[in-house]
Design a protein around this ligand. Structure first.
Ligand code: ZN
Length: 199
């Protein structure tokens, strides 16, 4: 119906981040979103598993704090009228995928909205650990990733997003997320998870 062109979106080739002031947030990499049998499968999500796993290995080796968000809904949640039932508390679909299972050193934040900060202790926990930079990964790019990145930026955290670590339901949504994170929230887009240097 419409043809639109994507404005130039700056993507940097690499970035150095201080390990002690940086956290990685893995947004909603749960079975319902990432696995084909899931209730709200994002077709490009599986190809982000391996990059995110490499990023987590790198971060853990450097002592970088890791947070996960876990989208969570209960019986009769109004969000079900928008998306259908998904990530119902306690279900298989609600669990974080086996490939990216959190360790006991990581922090898992249960959230009920798109925004990982809304009604959660995330901001407090980031402050407790002296975090200033947040690397945001996961799914869905223009929904929970964008809202969480935006919410972090509005709190003046520096937001970094490796473009190979997020996924959306279609290309338009993916590029919309990149554009908003970069243009509106002044987040830094990085070409690959392998281009992050924790020092
Ligand atoms: Zn949801």
């Amino acid at each position: 119906m419409y043809t639109v062109s994507i404005p130039e979106i700056p993507i940097v080739d690499s970035i150095k981040l201080p390990s002690r002031e940086t956290a990685v947030i893995v947004v909603d990499m749960q079975n319902d979103f990432v696995k084909p049998e899931g209730k709200l499968f994002v077709p490009t999500a599986p190809k982000t598993i391996e990059p995110i796993r490499r990023l987590l290995d790198n971060a853990r080796a450097r002592g970088v704090k890791i947070f996960y968000t876990k989208d969570t809904h209960y019986e009769g949640d109004p969000e079900f009228t928008i998306w259908g039932e998904h990530v119902r508390y306690g279900s298989w679909g609600w669990e974080i995928i086996d490939e990216l299972k959190p360790t006991e050193r990581d922090i898992v934040v249960i959230k009920t909205r798109y925004d990982g900060f809304y009604g959660t202790p995330l901001d407090d926990l980031l402050k407790v650990y002296g975090i200033k930079n947040i690397v945001v990964t996961g799914t869905v790019a223009n929904i929970c990733v964008l809202h969480t990145a935006a919410s972090a930026a509005l709190r003046w955290y520096k937001v970094i997003v490796p473009v190979d670590s997020i996924s959306a339901l279609n290309e338009f949504d993916y590029y919309t997320a990149l554009r908003q994170i970069s243009f509106l929230y002044k987040g830094i887009l990085v070409r690959s998870v392998d281009s992050l240097i924790f020092e």
